[in-house]
Design a binder for this molecule. Structure first.
Ligand SMILES: [Ca+2]
Ligand SMILES: [Ca+2]
Ligand SMILES: [Ca+2]
Length: 273
């Protein structure tokens, strides 16, 4: 009897340990109004962005390379110094809506601080905003030839194969499906290179063993399963800091089409019919 109880307790302890280890695995959920977002800060980065019940995102991840040779590596593969989700607007929605994570190079050459702030629209508006700030600091005594990449794969409306993407200028990218639209604006600084492409071209470039320079393919591309990437290239002086600030906005497509009303939209719509 006691042996049986002991065995049961042992199984229970193993289950508890498994639950505890999965809970500590750096996965965070942010929520605000009609929106929620899930981030695996030691895995694939942002993996969910639900707006009014529909997941719009497959993956958003950051990558780095120091020097002109070798492969890119995911920021989430660096050492995680700390990660914290908290509430920045308790007056309107008391759930956690901001997330900050500090990563450090295992060789101690640099650290990267990533911050997200989620703002949802009211229920049913299909509107949501995610602001992102990335701070890269050179901790070493030598200049670092840094390449920083952002990879973004939205599947708008929960469907992968009906999206069209293009860069409307060097600093702004637009992706649309039948009923949803996302724009990303890099507030500062303008990326050196950018590329729109079909899955899995860009993620293959970031995971292969060669140094990547994005092709400045501005699109439009689609309809299909599309993605985009930005590449910032800069020399980071000893003790220097590089700050990237940008914003993603999801809206229902017709509203924005009416607002923008540009020729490219008209051309796309004609082609899609
Ligand atoms: Ca909140
Ligand atoms: Ca996609
Ligand atoms: Ca590569």
């Amino acid at each position: 009897m006691r042996t049986g109880l002991r065995a049961s307790l042992a199984v229970f302890a193993v289950v508890l340990a498994l639950v505890a280890s999965s809970a500590s695995a750096a996965v965070f959920t942010l929520e605000d109004q009609n929106s929620s977002a899930i981030f695996d800060m030691a895995g694939d980065g942002q993996i969910v962005w639900v707006v009014d019940g529909v997941d719009q995102l497959f993956e958003q991840s950051f990558w780095w390379r120091v020097g002109s040779a070798g492969a890119e590596a995911p920021v989430t593969g660096l050492d995680v110094i700390g990660s914290l989700a908290s509430d920045s607007n308790p007056w309107s929605d008391s759930r956690a809506d901001v997330l900050g994570t500090l990563y450090r190079d295992p060789a101690q050459r640099f650290e990267i601080e990533v911050s997200y702030k989620l703002r949802g629209g009211l229920l049913g508006t299909k509107t949501s905003d995610l602001a992102e700030t990335i701070v890269i600091r050179n901790l070493s005594a030598t200049s670092l030839a840094f390449n920083f990449f952002q990879y973004v794969d939205f599947d708008l409306g929960g469907l992968a194969d009906d999206d069209t993407v293009w860069f409307s200028n060097d600093n702004t990218v637009v992706q649309v499906s039948e009923d949803m639209m996302v724009t990303e604006t890099v507030v500062t600084p303008v990326a050196a290179n950018r590329q729109a492409d079909y899955i899995p071209v860009l993620i293959d470039l970031l995971t292969d063993s060669d140094p990547t320079t994005l092709a400045n393919n501005n699109g439009p591309l689609g309809p299909g399963n599309v993605a985009w990437a930005f590449q910032w290239t800069f020399d980071l002086a000893p003790g220097g800091t590089f700050i990237i600030s940008k914003d993603k906005l999801i809206v229902p497509e017709p509203t924005t089409m009416a607002l923008l009303g540009c020729g490219l939209f008209a051309g796309l719509i004609r082609r899609r019919r």
